[in-house]
Design a protein around this ligand. Structure first.
Ligand SMILES: CSC[C@H]1O[C@@H](n2cnc3c(O)ncnc32)[C@H](O)[C@@H]1O
Ligand SMILES: [Zn+2]
Length: 440
């Protein structure tokens, strides 16, 4: 077998159906795709590789998938902390966005986010933010894989005038990235409370025709349920179901308020849930019943949400929080074990974004999106079980090598596609501007 690259690691966790943890294995790569995952001894006999990378003491895993974020909001990290969702949005975030968010803000904020995500082993993110064409461009330039949201809200902003205008801009973006190797486009109506019935129905029809996913914030807080009962006489999920949006194309973000019949409905329709545990904890929004969802057969992925409500874009940290919180909420130490958390951050994210044939596991034919973590550090020693350390103990500084579609984007911990100093100085300029006006 001819390969361009052979990566030999002490442990390979392919995140396959058996959750195998392979010792002394190698991954062979050609044309940006995985050719084979095989014992190193066998690879030495059967693979002619142009380059061999040796990773003793490292675990090789699929690239992490951040299934929900607002990348450019990194520029609002720490601007408004310790507030509940609606006060945070209405009194701080939305006024700041109205005053500051433009193409330059989104470009600099997205670069900061992509840099942080790549350094933390995230190789794909799902975004929902203004000026998505800039987010798409920045991601593509950095060699990052992204699903970019065609955002829709009912109210005018600097980006668009009306729901129809948002949709028209989104469709133009979809056309622009039709055959792009790294960037996909999905519908991203903000939430049932910010988008009315007519645009939601139009989005459902278009998403069916175009075969693209839909993601939206749903059942994030108890107040959202109360408001929907008052305004529509039904819970938000029931309203979306009536409008035809609950189905396999839907990734419902947050879902902290769920009744048993709603969990059953998600399972029977094949809708996905994106759990954002740290954002939900910080805004005190509620608890997503992850163990119940998983046992009902619902696909649960992981997201950070934006850095203004988290306050980082650390999927390793999110896995740990999801595992710990999942146990607490279920009152069971067996709930959300390490393998389940790793699946949520990889293959489940790929499924939620409609990318499971492309990414999410290390299997022949899939794209070579890989992350190597050095587990020789003191706080991941001794080592009995690599998955345990990845979820419960490892930190982002242990992410040493990252490849996306076979292209190396992090080498020995150093980003290759973005200039760290330039990205940080641009962020500091924005920080000074925003701080002056926000009076932090
Ligand atoms: C239409 S662009 C996205 C919009 O969403 C806002 N946002 C960020 N985080 C959250 C969240 O957790 N719930 C609801 N809305 C959120 C962001 O500020 C943008 O205005
Ligand atoms: Zn969000």
């Amino acid at each position: 077998m001819q390969a361009e690259l052979l990566i030999h690691a002490q442990w390979v966790l392919p995140v396959d159906s058996e959750n195998r943890q392979l010792t002394d294995h190698a991954v062979a790569i050609a044309d940006g795709r995985i050719l084979a995952v095989l014992p190193y001894e066998e690879a030495q006999r059967s693979v002619q590789a142009e380059q061999v990378i040796e990773l003793p003491g490292h675990a090789l895993i699929p690239g992490l998938v951040n299934a929900h974020t607002h990348a450019a909001m990194t520029l609002m990290r720490g601007l408004a902390d310790d507030l509940p969702l609606m006060t945070w949005l209405h009194d701080h975030i939305w006024p700041t966005e109205k005053r500051w968010v433009d193409e330059h803000f989104v470009g600099d904020g997205t670069r900061l986010a992509v840099l942080e995500m790549l350094r933390g082993g995230v190789t794909c993110f799902n975004d929902m933010y203004f000026y998505p064409e800039i987010t798409a461009q920045v991601s593509a330039e950095a060699g990052m894989r992204a699903v970019i949201g065609m955002i829709v809200v009912d109210f005018p902003t600097g980006y668009a005038e009306s729901a129809d205008d948002y949709i028209a801009k989104g469709l133009a973006l979809h056309d622009q990235y039709r055959d792009h190797p790294l960037v996909r486009v999905a519908f991203a109506p903000h939430s049932p409370y910010a988008v009315s019935d007519a645009p939601l129905q139009r989005i459902r029809t278009l998403a069916n025709e175009m075969e693209v996913p839909i993601h939206l914030h749903l059942h994030e807080t108890h107040d959202e349920i109360v408001q929907s009962l008052r305004d529509h006489g039904e819970r938000p999920m029931s309203r979306l179901d009536r409008l035809g949006l609950i189905g396999p194309a839907l990734a419902a973000i947050h879902m902290t308020q769920l009744e048993d019949d709603e969990i059953e409905r998600l399972a029977e329709t094949g809708a996905h849930v994106v759990h954002c545990p740290e954002s939900n904890l910080k805004l005190a929004s509620g608890f997503c019943p992850v163990a119940k969802l998983l046992s009902a057969g619902v696909n649960v992925a992981l997201g950070t949400d934006g850095a203004a409500s988290n306050n980082d874009l650390n999927l390793l940290g999110e896995m740990r929080t999801a595992a710990l919180l999942g146990k607490g909420v279920a009152s069971s130490a067996a709930a959300v074990p390490a393998h389940a958390a790793l699946r949520m951050a990889t293959i489940n994210g790929a499924k939620a974004l409609g990318l499971e044939d492309e990414i999410g596991s290390l299997e022949p034919g899939k794209s070579a999106d890989l992350v190597a973590l050095d587990l020789r550090d003191s706080h991941t020693q001794p080592l009995y079980n690599p998955a345990s350390h990845l979820v419960y103990a490892a930190g982002r500084h242990q992410v040493r090598q990252v490849w996306i579609q076979g292209r190396q984007v992090i080498k020995d911990g150093v980003p290759l596609t973005l200039s760290t100093t330039e990205v940080i100085s641009a962020a500091q300029v924005w920080g000074n501007r925003l701080a002056e006006h926000h009076k932090v």
